[in-house]
Structure formats: C-alpha cells, structure tokens
Design a protein around this ligand. Structure first.
Ligand code: NAP
Length: 279
C-alpha cells in the first residue's frame, strides 16, 4: 500500500520537503508520495481534521506547529514537553504528534562536530529558538538570549526553559556584554534568501564565538557563517537539520533508518536542488 504524506503550513512557497522525503522513501524502498498542502489560517480548524482522515502522516510548519496540538490524540517525547509538533503519524490508535526538529538540530551539530556545551548564545525567540534553548539547557549549557528585539518573548522563552530544565541558567543580554561564547545559534530568518546581505550578529560578537550554527539553509553559506568562519569559528548551516528531521519523520512513519553516508549525500543533493529551485 502507498503511504500518503504531506506538509501543511501557510504560506508554503518553495519547499525542499517533497524532494527530501521522496529521496528518503526511494532510498529505503518505501512506496509513498509527499505533497504540499497549504492551509489558509481561516480554514485551519475545519480543514485539519479532514486532512488527518485522508493521510498516513504529515509534517507541520509555520504557523501551525502549536495550533495542531488540540487536533491530535496524543503527543510523544519532546513534542509533549515543548507542546510543539512538526510531525504527525496517523495510526490505528489515533493521531500522534512528534517533534523531529529536535532530532534534526542535535544530529546537525553532531554532523558538524560541534558540541552542545558551555556558554550558548541564542538569536531569536520563536519556534526554532525554543527548541534550541530548551535542548541546550537540558544538555547543561548556560543559555543567553542575545539582544532580543522582543523582550517579552525572550522573558517567556526563559520561563519556558526553566520549566523544562529547572536548574538551567537562562538569561537575557539586552546589550552586548562582551562574554565569550562557545556556541552561537541563529534562530532568526535574518540573512535568508533573498536578503542574503543581512547578518544577525556583529563582528565584535563573532570574534569571540568558538562555533556558530545557522538554522537557515538558503543560502548554504549565510553572511553570518561567512563572517564567523573568517574569524576562526567552526560553522554549520541548516540543511543537515532539515534533512535529519525529515529522516527522523520517516523513521516514525515507516520504521526505516538511514546511514550517515546516505544522509551526507542527500544533504549535498539538497543544496544542489536548492540551486535548481531558486535559479
Ligand atoms: P519564528 O517562530 O517566526 O521566529 C523567528 C524569530 O526571529 C523571532 O524571534 C523573531 O522576532 C526573530 N526575527 C525575525 N526577523 C528578525 C529581524 N529582522 N531581526 C531580529 N530578529 C528577527 O521562526 P522559526 O520557525 O523559529 O524559524 C527561524 C529561522 O530558522 C528561519 O530562518 C527558518 O527557516 C529556520 N528554521 C530552519 C529549520 C531547519 O530545519 N534548518 C527548522 C526550523 C526553522 P519577533 O518575535 O520580534 O518577530
């Protein structure tokens, strides 16, 4: 039987998800298809239950990662902890929400040989930032939200981190404090295509970062990564995170697993596909 999968979000525009999932299914011999299903926010509560009746699973992206929660029968693991879902499995026992962004993030750091430890500095306070901050806190890091443009969102995120990891240090730096940074995490869209000249951190901060991870995957080398590498930091972009979160979703849906070497090849192919889509 063919597996019917999709990505829901609004707007969807260009997405690499169909490419990644079709490649992962072909690699593991799974018979299935993966499509884009843009859902208008005004129609979300009506459309989602219908959609979940017609698919085997779906991924969820902006702005529905929290909005989907009340429509699911249960949440597993980090999805339950963060109340944020990016993967849904439709099973005989009901609809189950997961968060494979977490798997993607941790695997992307491992892939780049960047340890999640020490003083972590975070740019952004949204969905990706929540995952990054909570995972860093759970790993025992000291988390600093750097110059948030929305102070209230930063305070809410710090409170969230302390709920998830009660003994963790999570603070907000409203001005640059000059502290050394073991790992800088960009969870803002600053520098993303087509605004590729923009950079979310200045040279002063980058000069004292040992490693920088940028969640952005388009372009492959953002201005942030270019400047960080020039000042001697270890760097990694977001494509590995995207590819590994897709692989983790395939594991949930079909029980298949993937070799590191196959994933490395897929990440390179995905960067080439990006060039085709944005040519
Ligand atoms: P989000 O929930 O909308 O959060 C975006 C955050 O960036 C918010 O804190 C927002 O602040 C801040 N921000 C936006 N524009 C800014 C600007 N010009 N200057 C300073 N801060 C700004 O988005 P998200 O889902 O966390 O995604 C963030 C980035 O991560 C995006 O580029 C997305 O493509 C990427 N991402 C990548 C992966 C992957 O697999 N590689 C997965 C998830 C996300 P305000 O609250 O003030 O608006």
């Amino acid at each position: 039987m063919s597996s019917s999968l999709c990505l829901i979000g609004h707007p969807l525009g260009h997405s690499l998800s169909p490419f990644l999932h079709r490649r992962l299914m072909a690699r593991s011999g799974v018979n299935g298809d993966y499509t884009l299903r843009e859902i208008d926010p005004a129609a979300f509560s009506e459309d989602v239950p219908c959609l979940l009746n017609t698919v085997n699973g779906c991924n969820v992206t902006i702005p529905y990662k929290q909005a989907i929660v009340p429509f699911l029968d249960r949440l597993e693991g980090k999805a339950a902890l963060y109340q944020t879902v990016n993967t849904v499995a439709v099973t005989a026992d009901g609809t189950v929400g997961y968060n494979t962004d977490v798997d993607g993030f941790l695997q992307a750091l491992r892939h780049a040989d960047i340890p999640l430890q020490g003083r972590v500095r975070l740019l952004g306070t949204g969905g990706a930032a929540t995952v990054f901050a909570c995972e860093a806190a759970l790993a025992g890091c000291e988390v600093t939200i750097h110059k948030p443009r929305n102070l209230q969102a930063a305070q809410t995120l710090c409170a969230r981190v302390r709920t998830v990891a009660p003994h963790a240090v999570c603070r907000i730096a409203t001005e640059d404090d000059g502290d050394a940074v073991d790992l800088l995490l960009n969870a803002t869209p600053v520098g993303m295509h087509p605004h590729t000249d923009a950079c979310p951190a200045d040279e002063r901060l980058l000069a004292r970062c040992a490693a920088v991870f940028d969640a952005i995957y388009n372009p492959r080398t953002t201005r942030l990564l270019e400047c960080a590498a020039a000042s001697g930091a270890k760097t990694a972009g977001g494509m590995a995170m995207l590819a590994w979160q897709a692989a983790a979703a395939q594991t949930i849906w079909h029980g298949v697993t993937f070799k590191e070497s196959d994933m490395d090849a897929l990440i390179e192919d995905a960067y080439r596909e990006l060039e085709v889509q944005f040519a």
